[in-house]
Design a binder for this molecule. Sequence first.
Ligand SMILES: C[S@@+](CC[C@H](N)C(=O)[O-])C[C@H]1O[C@@H](n2cnc3c(N)ncnc32)[C@H](O)[C@@H]1O
Length: 520
Amino acid sequence: MTGSAGSGSGSRDGNRPRRAGEAGGTGGPAQGAHRRRDDQGRERNRGGQRQFSDAAPSQRTRRADPARLVAFEVLRAVAADDAYANLVLPASIRKHRLDRRDAGFATELTYGALRGQGTYDAVLARCVDRPLGKLDPAVLDALRIGVHQLLAMRVPAHAALDQTVGLVRAVIGAGPSSLVNAVLRKVSARDLQGWVDDLVTGLTDPVTIASLTHSHPEWIVRAFRQALVAHGRDVAELDSLLAADNAAPLVHLVALPGLGTLEEVLDDGAEPGRLAPDSAYYAGGDISRLPGIGTGTLRVQDSGSQLVARALAAVEVDSTEPERWLDLCAGPGGKTALLSALGQDTGVHVVANEPIEHRAQLVRQALRPLPEESWTVRVGDGRDVGAEEPGSYDRVLVDAPCTGLGALRRRPESRWRRRPADLVDLAPLQRELLTSALDAVAPGGVVAYVTCSPHHAETDAVVDDCLRKRPEFERLDAGAALDAVSIGGPLQAGHGMSAQLWPHVHGTDAMYLALLRRTR
Ligand SMILES: C[S@@+](CC[C@H](N)C(=O)[O-])C[C@H]1O[C@@H](n2cnc3c(N)ncnc32)[C@H](O)[C@@H]1O
């Protein structure tokens, strides 16, 4: 679970004057003696003697370092207001006017502390003299921020400790600073691996061990194990799959075919995408200044999403041109825009359905670069389309509302928010939407059922149920359809007739695809 080292207060501190009360000698190459590399070649903050300030917490810094304050504010908003970190973080970074480097540090700290929460809380439970539930939730969030710096970032231990105590003094009060100081000192006695070894000693259940090691709830670990097996993969991949959820993902971009270009972003250091045509991977930070992003011809979209949309657009259907395509669950419109661009050459008309008005507005925005006569946005319940427009579309995409378990790496708090009951709640809607799509597709046409989740209950189980009384449908080989649009050679994503992409294998979100053709 070791997070990538951000610019880190270590190096940041080394490059700016120290503040009153701040411990000196932090970061930079001079700290090399206190670091060693882990088996992935990342430097880790351990080894040698830890040096802490001799001053009592009450005598140390009272100022909150702005980058840590941002992380703290976001963790508080996530815990107290059910906020989404990826929405709150940019606003908090702007509010505190962080420069690019500090913004990178705050991002790594925020996302790392959220992703690592399961493991970190287990560590904290060993170091706090009362149940964590009895702590002030704000203090617990500050502790999580401290633990992530100590165990997974390239921040010298004394800086992690002093700065976290300073944060607590500044924003919570002097009272808890001694507790935070004492607890973080205990945490700093071991590195992450040492703590994990300690946490799992004596345990035998592989699910519990993986849950503690990789900071995932047990029910998700169990579901991923089952999904790997169901898709013909080796259960031994579980560790890499869970680890992939904890690594900061690259931003994936797509240049809308015929409309956008990757030139500027490649000049800016992006790498060409390895799987999807017209795609790139970007690690460079703020992309909003790239002209294509402003016009909507260059879009942020996971390569897995690009591949499933392209597979539907490319699969053979028995139709007469121009075709009519339906995106049944379109908001916010990422796949609609790509589908629509792909259909331009053959005069396709795309109907994008979305029931929530503000999300339908996002779809209209996403479709802005496309000619207006080539698309229509329908605001309504997708479950009604099949009955209202039976047999009307040549290709239908059902990108169903789902748990999003396949994109945990991009939504750091999501694993702690999701519940097994969500699967039960979503099950009828997923079946009704797919049934509506089966009704809406024309004979000879194809329905793509897609989820951003590998969970059996919302993937194959839905497709199997819906096809049970529909002998007029046949399943197409979804793995072969993905291979046909991949520029990276065979993806080996297919198993049976469905396909499953994986973060640890393909570097994509865990997108599921089934293709269902209505026979004539
Ligand atoms: C997984 S998202 C779709 C993502 C989209 N295809 C994209 O690539 O940007 C699922 C969407 O289904 C919508 N949705 C929820 N209930 C629906 C319903 N009854 N009919 C149609 N869409 C629905 C949600 O509002 C959400 O926008």
